[in-house]
Design a protein around this ligand. Structure first.
Ligand SMILES: Nc1ncnc2c1ncn2[C@@H]1O[C@H](COP(=O)(O)OP(=O)(O)OP(=O)(O)O)[C@@H](O)[C@H]1O
Ligand SMILES: [Mg+2]
Length: 312
């Protein structure tokens, strides 16, 4: 089974503070604090770990706060090829006020990536490209790199014949489209921004996805939150509607979907298998906090509950 490599240029520590009655401008007391490793590529690595394919994480970590990442990599048996750069990975603080029912986000800046680290990353990817068949490039681009970062990475992997998945937004996504990733998974907002036009309902989204597929992206997945997702490949289009689930947190639902689609593909699945497993992974993570999937019997139950419909 070919290995999977996830690339996280902008890793994050997700810090959640439990502060009942949080008030700005006052002294607040936190009842608890949790810190988990985040960043989209790292989430995808966590969702795919424990599966049949070996998983490697590469990208940048600030050298001053690597502990949560190293714990995750060790616990999930993810090979750690992340480059350490001076400073701290960004911390995204979530202040949760259960009494007032509010969540306040405070996002800290991350490290600036030195040019030497960028070149070392490209060398590392070239090396991993010779050994692994599937790559996931996911998340935002940190300070010090340009909007062409993904557009420059894709040809390095392409030379090795790797299957490249991209989950990005804004200018980095736009630039990378010229390098033709094999799979993209924008949400409706990211797709509308990429095409520079508003998108209405499912038919509009499907037409837009077909346009991108015609430009040479083999598998286009557009996620629509609670309305499911549209999957387009070689002229076929499917819509997958998730079963009703309890939502604890929608953070990482898109990353779980990417992982599920790739897990199906790695097992030789067709478009419907990808839609079913991708949607089940996404629905499965909604009821849990952090990049976790429910146990396999529950995933099987969720897969059976996904409604797939062909779109003409
Ligand atoms: N409230 C919800 N109820 C049921 N399923 C959901 C809900 N939100 C998301 N999903 C499932 O998760 C998938 C991905 O969600 P979404 O479209 O929100 O991704 P995203 O915007 O890329 O999220 P992120 O990048 O923050 O992880 C959806 O296609 C759907 O299957
Ligand atoms: Mg997303």
């Amino acid at each position: 089974m070919t290995g999977v490599v996830t690339v996280t240029l902008n890793a994050a520590v997700d810090q959640t503070l439990d502060v009942p009655g949080f008030t700005a401008g006052a002294v607040n007391r936190a009842l608890s604090e949790t810190r988990t490793a985040g960043g989209k590529g790292i989430n995808v690595a966590a969702f795919l770990s424990g599966g049949p394919a070996p998983v490697t994480a590469i990208g940048f970590l600030g050298a001053d706060n690597t502990a949560v990442f190293e714990t995750l990599f060790r616990d999930r048996r993810i090979a750690d090829r992340c480059l350490r750069v001076p400073g701290s990975s960004r911390t995204n603080v979530k202040v949760v006020d259960r009494e007032g029912g509010s969540v306040t986000d405070i996002n800290l800046p991350g490290p600036r990536i030195p040019d030497t680290a960028w070149r070392a990353l490209l060398d590392g990817l070239d090396e991993l490209g010779a050994l692994n068949g599937v790559f996931v490039l996911a998340g935002s681009v940190p300070a010090g790199l340009t909007d062409s970062a993904y557009a420059e990475i894709i040809p390095v992997l392409r030379r090795h014949g790797a299957f490249v998945t991209l989950d990005a937004s804004g200018a980095p996504l736009r630039h990378a489209m010229a390098a033709k990733p094999d799979m993209i998974k924008p949400n409706a907002h990211e797709l509308s921004e990429l095409l520079g036009r508003p998108l209405g309902g499912r038919d509009d989204v499907t037409a837009a996805a077909r346009e991108l597929a015609a430009q040479g992206v083999a598998l286009v997945v557009v996620s629509l939150g609670a309305d499911g997702a549209v999957f387009v490949e070689r002229g076929r289009a499917l819509h997958a509607q998730p079963p009703r689930v309890e939502v604890a947190s929608t953070v990482g639902a898109g990353d779980a979907m990417v992982a599920g689609v790739l897990a199906a593909r790695l097992a030789g699945g067709d478009l419907e298998d990808c839609a079913r497993r991708g949607t089940a992974y996404a629905a499965g993570t909604l009821s849990l906090l952090g990049p976790e999937l429910p146990p396999p019997p529950r995933i099987a139950e969720l897969m059976a509950g996904v409604r797939i419909e062909a779109i003409e």
